[in-house]
Design a binder for this molecule. Structure first.
Ligand SMILES: [Mg+2]
Length: 161
């Protein structure tokens, strides 16, 4: 199975907003010694393997995209900036609604067929929506890590670490 493009959800896939969703945090955010907190002091973290996985995808020449249904897109964008991960993603679809919309737009803008995309998300309804479009949809339980990444994206030229 070869993919040209990987799409990632944000909440509970790339990051943990202190046990909740980013739209349930309370800005303003602050960065202290490399760590990100909301105004109540809840720490927001990327899951430990996320940067390595994004670096790997970039080295492999994959197109990377974000698809989030958050009710607070501006907050999500600010967190993306605070974590310094914005440059990885050439497509960012961040707004409420069905991920069918997000994925179709990513397909249209990138020119990559939906059948050549892999999508990672923690919510089963999103997984079902993506699969119905013909996207390879990978359920993430407990945050993106190498095991789940390999389970979805593995086999590409045998070079997945
Ligand atoms: Mg999520």
């Amino acid at each position: 199975m070869a993919f040209d493009l990987a799409v990632f959800d944000l909440d509970f896939t790339l990051w943990d907003c202190g046990g909740t969703w980013c739209d349930c945090t309370r800005p303003p955010y602050r960065k202290e010694k490399g760590r990100v907190f909301d105004s109540r002091g809840a720490q927001i973290t990327l899951y430990p393997h996320v940067r390595e996985i994004l670096d790997y995808c970039r080295r492999e020449g994959w197109i990377l995209a974000l698809a989030s249904r958050t009710e607070e897109p501006a907050w999500a964008r600010e967190l993306i900036g605070l974590f310094g991960i914005g440059d990885y993603f050439s497509h960012r679809e961040i707004y409420p609604g069905s991920k069918v919309t997000h994925l179709k737009r990513i397909g249209k803008e990138s020119g990559v067929p939906l059948s050549r995309m892999v999508f990672f998300d923690d919510e089963l309804r999103n997984i079902r929506d993506a699969a119905a479009l013909g996207v390879t949809a990978v359920h993430v339980a407990g945050g993106l890590d190498w095991d789940v990444f390999r389970s979805g994206a593995g086999g590409r030229g045998g070079s997945t670490p």
